[in-house]
Design a protein around this ligand. Structure first.
Ligand code: NAP
Length: 243
């Protein structure tokens, strides 16, 4: 399937590492003008050198920084709300601080950035496409993942609401729901074989994913090949959620 984005400007949050970095790279390869947003300057410098993309430094857990970043990014046709964090704690030990951090980045920032970008799309009247990077954790309860699971369940429903209310403006909004993907986050949470092996055993395809698996699904949903698709949560999970 030949997917091209010439003439389109894309904003990717959390583009410094892992899945977001791969999405940014694939978008550049497919002809999009990419604005890579992340919160570590070194990552943005290396992205700029490797991909020639535009960069914006911001911690989007802070709504003011997020709004400023969207303004700096300029008019956007394609948005990927990818930035996310995982803080692993049992339910009884989850601190309010950590709950707020996870919810602010994984859910509130997607709302703040999504709303600001969508306002621009509506004002320009030319439609657009948004993909939220959720997780299998939105639907499956995973030990130690209370704040993370709650944030991703919220993100799925935010996706449905955005699809419902932005559809009349020809803005499509979808989510992807990956299983464990081998990124810095994936390695940190699942890298210990004692933790990783039981998770692996529940994946019918018997393997963890790579960033390119998620990037391919995201590019498809962003593209005109998915022109009639909005409001879906697409598992990229090797079959984990069938169980
Ligand atoms: P990662 O390897 O930790 O990379 C995340 C990137 O997002 C980093 O560049 C990070 O910057 C940036 N970021 C985090 N918080 C940010 C903030 N407040 N403002 C701006 N940038 C921020 O994570 P990943 O595995 O690629 O995950 C990407 C997305 O996929 C997340 O939403 C995650 O929940 C989701 N996901 C991941 C997996 C998995 O197994 N890896 C599975 C399902 C879903 P710094 O490094 O500078 O903090």
């Amino acid at each position: 399937m030949d997917i091209r984005f010439e003439g389109k400007r894309a904003l990717v949050t959390g583009a410094g590492k892992g899945i977001g970095r791969e999405i940014a790279a694939q978008l550049v390869k497919s002809g999009a003008e990419v604005v890579a947003l992340s919160r570590t300057q070194d990552d943005l410098d290396s992205l700029k050198a490797e991909l020639g993309c535009l960069t914006v430094l911001a911690d989007i857990g802070d709504a003011q920084q997020a709004l400023k970043a969207v303004e700096a990014a300029g008019p956007i046709d394609l948005l990927v709300n990818n930035a996310g964090v995982a803080i692993i704690e049992p339910f009884l030990e989850t601190s309010l601080d950590h709950w707020d951090t996870v919810l602010n980045i994984n859910l509130r920032a997607a709302f703040v950035v999504g709303q600001a970008v969508a306002k621009g799309m509506v004002a320009r009247g030319i439609g657009g496409s948004i993909v939220n990077v959720s997780s299998q954790a939105s639907q499956a309860a995973l030990p130690g993942h209370t704040a993370y699971c709650a944030s991703k369940a919220g993100l799925d429903h935010l996706t449905r609401m955005m699809a419902l209310e932005l559809g009349p403006h020809n803005i499509r909004v979808n989510a992807v729901n990956p299983t464990v993907i081998l990124t810095p986050m994936g390695e940190k949470v699942w890298g210990d074989p004692a933790k990783g092996a039981p998770m692996l055993a529940k994946i019918p395809l018997g393997r963890f994913g790579r960033p390119i698996h998620v990037a391919d699904a995201v590019l498809y949903l962003l593209s005109d090949k998915a022109d009639m698709i909005t409001g879906v949560m697409l598992p990229v999970d090797g079959g984990y959620l069938v169980g």
